[in-house]
Ligand binder design. Structure first.
Ligand code: NAP
Length: 260
């Protein structure tokens, strides 16, 4: 029996249980993927012990705050500063990994392959909305594509990790039409528009986004978010986060099979 799960604060939006239940059935494995809604991430060790977990995923808002609670961390996850997959060995040893990177890389590559537009510049301009755990993975992948990256925050206070990585930071009021006009790739890495608040969208001027751009939403529930609808209305290529979800889950599955 393999016991897996998802740790986060509110999990009504998640498809992970569905994905893993399908996987157990397809492979003929006896397994369970349970949802653990925690008020405080410090409860995680009790959950692991009580439910004898072999591994788990981590979601909003704990991808960063889980790091001090781990025994070991994969160097890439440490460098990025976000963990979305944890393996449990010897019943209590927690090792953290980041498979959102693989997921976002797959989403970005499939969008570039399907879109008529190929980045015209060797340094494409990328705008990432949000500065949380997922934004860290998105920025890392875009940096490997040699992108010029600006992260947009509600806050005007500079964030250390953004400066350290050499990215730019701006507030929503500093996100000018000129920046949006020259943006090749725009990513919604905020929860705005996610079920059940499906009428929400990041507060940017959608009229300034050009049809040559690619707009990616990490949200997959609903399938077409308000952010995607607003971008589509301007002829922009859009994709949701389903491909990212599937690939990060596949990579997590490989880690659990190799390490537990
Ligand atoms: P998170 O750590 O909670 O961070 C999200 C960021 O969004 C925050 O740091 C914040 O940045 C901004 N934000 C939060 N609430 C906001 C609001 N009301 N208005 C404007 N901005 C707001 O979450 P996350 O783990 O990074 O995840 C972000 C989104 O990506 C979620 O929808 C999640 O479901 C999705 N996701 C999908 C996948 C997938 O596989 N498809 C994987 C990972 C994440 P500022 O404070 O700087 O504004």
């Amino acid at each position: 029996m393999i016991r897996l799960g998802l740790v986060g604060r509110k999990l009504g939006h998640s498809y992970s249980r569905f994905l893993f239940t399908e996987k157990f059935a397809a492979l003929g494995i006896e397994g369970e993927y349970a949802m653990y809604e925690l008020e405080n991430i410090k409860e995680v060790r009790d959950i692991v012990r009580q439910h004898r977990l072999n591994g788990f995923n981590v979601t909003i808002p704990y991808k960063e705050s889980i790091i001090p609670l781990l025994d070991r961390i994969d160097p890439k996850a440490r460098a990025i500063g976000a963990v979305n997959t944890v393996s449990v060995s010897d019943d209590t040893t927690l090792t953290g990994y980041n498979t959102d990177i693989d997921g976002f890389d797959a989403l970005l590559n499939s969008a570039i392959a399907k879109h008529w537009y190929r980045p015209r510049k060797s340094t494409p301009s990328a705008v990432i909305l949000g500065t949380g755990g997922a934004a860290k993975s998105v920025a890392y992948v875009l940096s490997l594509h040699n992108a010029d990256i600006t992260l947009i925050s509600r806050s005007t206070s500079p964030l250390g990790w953004i400066k350290k990585a050499g990215y730019k930071q701006a507030s929503y009021s500093e996100l000018t039409d000129s920046i949006l006009y020259h943006t090749d790739i725009i990513v919604n890495a905020t929860p705005l528009g996610m079920y059940p608040d499906t009428d929400a969208a990041p507060p940017i001027n959608y009229d300034a986004i050009q049809p040559h751009s690619i707009a990616l939403d990490l949200i997959y529930n609903p399938q077409e978010t308000k952010f995607m609808k607003l971008c589509l209305a301007h002829g922009v290529y859009t994709a949701n986060g389903m491909r990212m979800l599937e690939v990060q889950a596949e990579e997590a599955w490989k880690i659990w099979n190799d390490t537990t």
